[in-house]
Ligand binder design. Structure first.
Ligand code: ADP
Ligand code: MG
Ligand code: MG
Length: 290
């Protein structure tokens, strides 16, 4: 029912704020000229409500050269049986689901440190690529890190960054920064400067990475709070950078050192993605390019 790539919609993979993600299979895998994989994920929204998904597609387009970012294969508009129009973005399929799902399966104890090192290295490479291209992801959390099966190692997964729905262009340091009064994203992964001053610049992604790494290592979120914890409460707690997440004692010194570099309250002194790539926790990790 569409003029572009012929694919059929499979089961629902996930639901988000504005649309749904489904499995998509090519109707005729032989005719794909090697461009489209036989299965993809399709992120779909009603055309009338697809503005932010269209913006997200533009960001995907700018970041398509990194093996640690979900690939985007194109966009299409389709019509369903009821005549409603849908805007679809065709994405690389993550058969391992989300990092959030994997952490939940660990039953609150966390993942083996060797796996955490590998996932951290991939996410960090992805963040470095995003920042080098002038973007800030602004919504890094385990639900937005996807696990794609490795093309070289059977049974192994590569962590890739997805969901660019809240990504922003980073402002030049010398320009007067516009403060965005609207803050999306999950409060628990927000940096102190975002909570206090609504700043969303590259160091915010590094703080969120620290929260994600801590969660992989311990199986628990960086802040131990009630489910209905509010933004105002977080502001009182960390807005001035008084309180930092507690570092786990049962992990290696390299892991703790890595976390310390991420959880620097002042964004000026927080490590950048480039600096973190040299940290002992991840510097020796050998990734096979996705
Ligand atoms: P939202 O902006 O609405 O949060 P996401 O892009 O994060 O949308 O997708 C919502 C959920 O759909 C994800 O948390 C994940 O469970 C699933 N999902 C998204 N992209 C993929 C993909 N490429 N492969 C497999 N599952 C995916
Ligand atoms: Mg999401
Ligand atoms: Mg989103």
């Amino acid at each position: 029912s569409n003029g572009g790539v012929a694919w059929s919609r499979g089961p629902l993979l996930g639901k988000g704020g504005f649309g749904s993600v489904y499995l998509a299979s090519l109707k005729n895998p032989k005719s794909r000229n090697g461009y489209y994989p036989p299965v993809m994920a399709v992120k779909s929204a009603e055309v009338s409500a697809s503005c932010s998904l269209q913006k997200e597609k533009e960001v995907f387009n700018c970041l398509n050269g990194c093996p640690f970012i979900i690939k985007c294969f194109g966009e299409e508009t389709t019509r369903n049986e009821g005549g409603e129009m849908f805007y679809n973005v065709l994405l690389e399929y993550a058969s391992g689901g989300t990092l959030s799902g994997l952490i939940k399966k660990s039953d609150g104890v966390g993942l083996p440190e060797l796996d955490v090192k590998r996932y951290t290295r991939s996410i960090l490479e992805g963040i470095y690529y995003i920042h080098s291209h002038g973007y800030v992801h602004c919504d890094l959390k385990p639900e937005n890190i996807l696990l794609v099966s490795s093309s070289t190692k059977a049974g192994e997964f590569v962590a890739k960054i997805g969901d660019f729905g809240l990504a922003k262009k980073s402002e030049k340091r010398d320009k007067k920064r516009k403060i965005d009064p609207y803050l999306g994203g999950t409060t628990l992964y927000m940096a102190p400067e975002t909570v206090a001053n609504h700043v969303q610049e590259p160091p915010c992604d590094i703080w969120a990475l620290g929260c994600v790494v801590l969660e992989m290592l311990t199986g628990k979120q960086a802040w131990d709070v009630r489910p209905d914890f509010t933004f105002e409460e977080l502001k009182r707690k960390i807005g001035d950078g008084y309180e930092l997440p507690k570092l786990p004692s049962e992990v290696s010194k390299d892991a703790r050192d890595f976390l310390k570099r991420c959880f620097v309250a002042n964004p000026m002194f927080r490590f950048t993605a480039e600096m973190l790539l040299d940290e002992p926790f991840v510097s020796g990790v050998d990734l096979d390019g996705g």
